[in-house]
Design a protein around this ligand. Structure first.
Ligand SMILES: Nc1ncnc2c1ncn2[C@@H]1O[C@H](COP(=O)(O)OP(=O)(O)O)[C@@H](O)[C@H]1O
Ligand SMILES: [Mg+2]
Length: 241
């Protein structure tokens, strides 16, 4: 089987000489459908840049990227937007929810973009929120939710179009230990159902839940190892309690 995500010798350079930053140097990487990949590495090592290219949010300066055998460079803005909406779910450290909007409406948003009717939208959004344990928070705005709950809304939103891959950039970075475990358990469950997960973290304990760990340094992948992940996440005590 071909890799679902196939990166061939990409580089990414920001800015112009002599002030350019080389964010990625000649990176090659293949990810198959169903994998759970963690990307670790120090701040500034190129993790987010790589994820943005994998997620069709950005383009490399050189090299080629194939998303399910489609050459990214040949896709129009419209094609890219459609693929991002229908094939990819994104989860970010800062949740990125609409602040004055209910959980339900936040989760409906990707369905609005893909032209799903109101009734079906509400039904699907409700199901997704129930699945992440927020069936009782459908009408709460983000301000009424804890960080962990907001991230669960963001995961429900990422899932609502049934994407085959989820990209998560430091999804537990703003959460306490207990909420982090809850969020990681959701990612594990999603992967066990066959969904591909690519997760950036700087916490090795989080990375160890994945079945493959990539380490980045100075714009390169310096290690790529298989990992036998823990099946169940052991909940640790809430910080400071
Ligand atoms: N939009 C940008 N413009 C200029 N430099 C950038 C931009 N985005 C990232 N960089 C630089 O590229 C390098 C890699 O950044 P990034 O991919 O965000 O690393 P990480 O996610 O591992 O912290 C860093 O040196 C960063 O400062
Ligand atoms: Mg980053």
């Amino acid at each position: 089987m071909n890799a679902a995500l196939d990166v061939k010798k990409i580089s990414k350079i920001y800015g112009e000489p002599p002030n350019e930053t080389i964010a990625l140097k000649n990176v090659s990487l293949q990810i198959k459908e169903g994998e759970f990949v963690a990307i670790i590495g120090p701040s500034g090592s190129g993790k987010s840049t790589l994820m943005n290219i994998l997620g069709l949010l950005d383009i490399p300066t050189s090299g080629e990227y194939f998303f399910e055998n489609r050459k990214a460079a040949n896709l129009s803005q419209n094609d890219l937007a459609k693929l991002r909406n229908q094939k990819i779910g994104f989860v970010f450290q800062s949740f990125n929810l609409l602040p004055r909007t209910s959980s339900l409406k936040n989760v409906e948003l990707p369905l609005i973009y893909s032209g799903v009717g109101k009734k079906e939208r509400e039904q699907k959004a409700k199901e997704m929120l129930e699945r992440v344990g927020l069936g009782d928070k459908l009408f709460s705005t983000p301000a009424k939710l804890s960080g962990g709950q907001q991230q669960r809304v963001a995961i429900a939103r990422a899932l609502v179009n049934d994407p085959f891959v989820i990209f998560a950039d430091e999804p537990t970075g703003n959460l306490d230990t207990r909420s982090s475990s809850d969020i990681m358990q959701i990612f594990k469950d999603l992967n066990n159902e066959g969904r591909t997960i690519v997760l950036i973290t700087h916490e090795i304990d989080i990375a160890k839940l994945a079945s493959r760990i990539l380490t980045m340094r100075d714009g390169q992948i310096v290690s790529d190892v298989k990992n036998r992940p823990k099946k169940q996440i052991i909940k640790s005590k809430r910080k400071g309690v």
